[in-house]
Design a protein around this ligand. Sequence first.
Ligand code: GUN
Length: 299
Amino acid sequence: MAQVIDGKSVAADVVQKVKAATADLAAKNKGKPGLAVVIVGEDPASQVYVASKSRTAKECGFHSVQHTLPAATTQADLLKLIADLNADTAIHGILVQLPLPSQIDAGTVIQAIAPEKDVDGFHFINVGKLGTGELDTAFVPCTPAGSMLLIERVRGKDLSGLSAVVVGRSNIVGKPMANLLLAANCTVTVAHSRTKDLPALARTADILVAAVGRPEMVKGDWVKPGATVVDVGINRIPAPEKGEGKTRLVGDVAYAEAEKAAGAITPVPGGVGPMTIAMLMANTVASAYLAAGLKRPVF
Ligand code: GUN
């Protein structure tokens, strides 16, 4: 039986540290961290995520603002809002919830955010800093940053000698995850839909990260005995056993099977999911420290 990695509890620890760092900043008369969350349109899942981000920001003692824009918002109007937020000294973090409606080019919008307020870590400057190992000043995307903290809890900070396989090559998770593992001295392979014999490759991994968005794709016999398995997927699938029209959440890993081989594994829900919001708060408080000319707190 694998150790179940409790993301809720690690996320709660991070939020506690963010609260303490926020209180310290106020005690130094340096004001409050400010987070602006922008949502365009009415995608129900995005609304739930955004509400949760704004709520946690308030709980941390932040100045928290939410801009809810209609689905028909033009790119020019969104860029104007971003320019205003870039210039607003009370705001240290800007997050534009993705996906955006089709009339808006997400790439253009992301690159318009000031890199020092890009708490999502999606701007080229932050991607480049992570890629070149400038981790002291980079903002790292929240989901891989949170996944790394969970891995550290099991394996420590130095992963020398371990092999990692990241399944998925997205800009939001797969690629930054690979860079973080590399920075921690892992030997890293990034696998994807065109990889040959994925099960055999996965079985070589001491650390196996699944970030593909395919329900229960990673089977139990893909897991090397004793491996640390991090499941980034959040997939809603039909659950007729719970009643007609009911659904349930599953990850990208077939948990019941994988848990038998793994040394440690993140559950879904309650694994990586809660870490994403916690790391957004960590990035925002770090941004406020940097803006105040202070060394940023480490989580
Ligand atoms: N949509 C889904 N995940 C994310 C995320 O991490 N950041 C933003 N901005 N939008 C998202």
